[in-house]
Design a protein around this ligand. Sequence first.
Ligand SMILES: *Cc1c(COP(=O)(O)O)cnc(C)c1O
Length: 403
Amino acid sequence: MPRSPTPRANFRPVPYSGPERRVADRRQAPIIEVRPTYAYVDAGAMVHNLRTVQAAVGPRCRVLAVVKADGYGHGAIEAARTFVDAGAWGCAVSLVEEGVELRQAEIRAPVLVLGGVHPGSEDVIVHRSLTPVVWAREHLQLLSAAVRRSGAPPLPIHLKIDTGMSRLGALPGQLPEFLDWLEGDDGQHVRLEGVMTHFACADEPDDVTSPRQLESFRDSLAVLASRGFHPPIRHVCNSAGLVRLPHAHFDMVRPGVAIYGAASSREVELPGLKMAMSVHSRILGIRELPAGARVSYGHRMELNRPSRLGIVPVGYADGYPRRMSGQAQVLVRGHRCRVVGNITMDVSMIDVTDLPDAREGERVTLLGPQGRDRIDAYELARWADVIPYEILCGISKRVPRRG
Ligand SMILES: *Cc1c(COP(=O)(O)O)cnc(C)c1O
């Protein structure tokens, strides 16, 4: 496996006084754990998933572990460590802030910043040896000035080409001026280590777009080559892409959702993944209510039989979407129980009438396996009418992560 944990020639941060102080306070995890609601993050499952991806792409293809949005809700630092130790070439984040968080945690593998170079972030990028994804001449100008100021060696960069996502990246027509600038720099300040693009529809059932994007990407590679640029790391595939377009793996793949054990939909899930996150709580108390009683805000729900309701201390402020009210289910003693009435900010009510033994303190699983059943991110996403990604990265900071 061409895994080069590339300890950069001069990794030691170059001196600078930047805006980093505030970043350390960014995570707002609870300072003590009293409420019995928590997310369990299974590092073993993440290792398994990374290896499953590596096996799917073969030993010659690098894996860039995407850990943006706090590792899709799993905890970015822990996720990055786990994936790098399991053989990932490096990590990808969206924001410079997220990259700094990894560096502060002493993660030394390459960290790609996917979201572009915002003016004012260039010194932090150089100082922290982050690898920016760039597509505009202004990015190059900002970065080269920062490299010059710091005296650091040439900064590796990855060029992003917009082949049809119409979001980030240089349009093919903008390549020549980008390459003109690079030619002028002659590797003094920046070094073109990678070139990439991003699929818009790799997870759609009748995807006809990805092959076209791929063709456009190959055209751009030819333009680069004609100008003497042969960036060693070409990468295109997200999780769905690496499953669906095996001929598009190139030198590296960029899985996010797959390494946490999920996908956009079951149809594009890499076989054999294990869901890394589960969310659990406990019944805080039981209410015995007569038929006809109405439950929770808005009184939308009327009990049609004498009922026993369990109070569960979890709500939409924890990332348990209110829109699932009336549809969501949880697991208690391995059985499915309906969430009744509106999910509130901090509390949800569940119907345990059919589990007469269920009592206070009973374990409740909101996401993940319990007994022989399980509730997965697809199911929650369907109830909430969102995609599984939103469920995972939506589990809020108020929910402590246990590993
Ligand atoms: C988020 C992201 C990925 C990972 O996408 P998944 O669908 O989660 O695998 C890959 N590449 C880019 C550019 C991204 O922004």
